[in-house]
Design a protein around this ligand. Structure first.
Ligand SMILES: Cc1ncc(COP(=O)(O)O)c(C=O)c1O
Length: 432
């Protein structure tokens, strides 16, 4: 089987996500035959470093032998079971572990099967918790430039034009407040003031603020100081507004902490997790919340306060076994500790981009590092040029517009970091 044959068959029957399909008249698709470690390999034996962890999901490499083994073990016992009225051992074990690992006070796990649907769960649960308390708080706040997924509710709290504008007439009303403009403590304080002012004016209507702790992913990998999280937590408590921490992208070690909320020692009212939870293997998401929120729904059936949200594949057993295997690797390999050296190595490599005259800024939080370019307009699609250049050299980068970023699986070696970053450097140089 050749790449060419598969490309043609694909384009006959598939419509790809996040893609203008006409681009594929000139831009070839890359059919992947297999994955191992940080590499993807096509049908002609070309290898690509997966520098974006396949849409930010993969943590310990493709075809990880340990995760494979654990999924195979589970496969022969139970693949899936309805989670209403029934339960299974892998999901109980996973929930016990998540409750222990996440910030203190998050005691209950509610499952779904992707990041967007978990965001919907958190929004609905927040609204419903207030309602069960007799309060109609029907407005959500989010940060400017935020991204929380693409279902209608998640898109409504997002603020990236590219995804949101077309659907504006369909969306629910939300309010956007300032995100700190840079990584300084001063801008954290300034932005928190805007949120506090909003709460002073409208707290009786505000159900929750949702934010991406430390890094706004699809919002061009914008980064801010942890102090902002602390300030927002305090304001939320003062005004009875829930805090929803969307760690779909930043959770499971990406920021250098297991969970980004740890950077500010805060406990949100809702913590949303997905992507890395299964090591990048299977769709799964979870919303953790407090016993206090849980208790607002706990009463006799006829009081009509139950949270009746459900998805067919909620808490899929195979996905839970992949998630348990992923947590095993974190534990036995002390991954958070070990990543520190890699974070430092990447920081050193990143410095070299500063001398390029088309580089506006470099920035890094933990295992996510960024080179932001300047002097181009969107029509030039320089991100696409960087993508094409790097792919030819065996590296899968997927810049967000003029922002080139690196988010590799944690098993990447220093030599592979060299190859990934040197290739990006050449690609950026080639634009000049
Ligand atoms: C912060 C954040 N929230 C939510 C989502 C949506 O997750 P999913 O793509 O699994 O629906 C994403 C996806 O990139 C994300 O980065």
């Amino acid at each position: 089987m050749k790449n060419e044959e598969l490309k043609n068959r694909d384009l006959d029957v598939l419509w790809h996500p996040c893609t203008q399909m006409k681009d594929h008249e000139s831009l070839p698709l890359t059919p992947i035959k297999k994955g191992y470690g940080i590499y993807l390999e096509d049908f002609e034996g070309n290898k690509y470093i997966d520098a974006i962890s396949s849409w930010w999901v993969n943590l310990f490499g493709h075809s990880n032998p340990y995760i494979n083994e654990k999924i195979k073990e589970q496969l022969d016992t139970l693949e899936h079971v309805i989670l209403a009225g029934f339960t299974q051992e892998p999901i109980i074990r996973l929930s016990e572990r998540l409750v222990k690992l996440t910030p203190d006070g998050l005691d209950k796990c509610f499952y779904a099967d992707n990041g967007s649907s978990a965001v919907e769960v958190a929004l609905k649960m927040s609204f419903h918790a207030h309602k069960n308390d007799g309060k109609l708080k029907d407005t959500f706040v989010s940060l400017r430039n935020s991204y929380h997924g693409e279902t209608i509710g998640a898109l409504s709290v997002g603020d990236v034009e590219l995804y949101k504008d077309t659907y504006a007439p369909l969306l629910i009303n939300t309010i956007q407040t300032a995100v700190p403009k840079d990584m300084t403590i001063e801008s954290a304080i300034e932005s928190a003031k805007e949120f506090e002012k909003l709460c002073q004016e409208k707290a009786d209507k505000l159900s929750a603020i949702i934010l991406e702790p430390l890094i706004q992913g699809a919002g061009y990998m914008h980064m801010y100081h942890p102090h902002f999280l602390k300030l927002v937590r305090d304001i939320c408590t003062k005004y009875d507004v829930h805090l929803i921490a969307d760690e779909v992208m930043v959770g499971f070690g990406r920021t250098g902490y297991m969970f980004a909320c740890e950077s500010a020692s805060i406990t949100p009212d809702f913590l949303v997790l997905s992507k890395g939870i299964t090591g990048g293997y299977l769709p799964l998401s979870v919303v953790l919340t407090t016993n206090n929120i849980y208790s607002k729904f706990y009463c006799d059936y006829n009081e009509h306060k139950a949270f009746l949200h459900s998805h067919s594949y909620t808490g899929n057993t195979l996905a839970c076994s992949a998630a348990n295997a992923t947590l095993d690797i974190f534990e036995k390999d002390k991954k958070i500790e070990k990543n520190k050296e890699k974070i430092e190595y990447i920081a050193k490599k990143l410095q070299k981009f500063k001398i390029l005259k088309n580089v506006k800024e470099i920035r890094q939080t933990g295992m996510i590092s960024v080179v932001e370019l300047k002097g181009y307009n969107p029509e030039e699609r320089i991100g696409l040029k960087v993508y094409q250049y790097a792919l030819k050299k065996g590296v899968l980068l997927r810049p967000l517009g003029h922002v080139v970023y690196f988010m590799p699986p944690y098993i990447i070696t220093n030599e592979e970091i060299d190859k990934m970053m040197d290739t990006a450097y050449e690609a950026i140089l080639d634009l000049i």
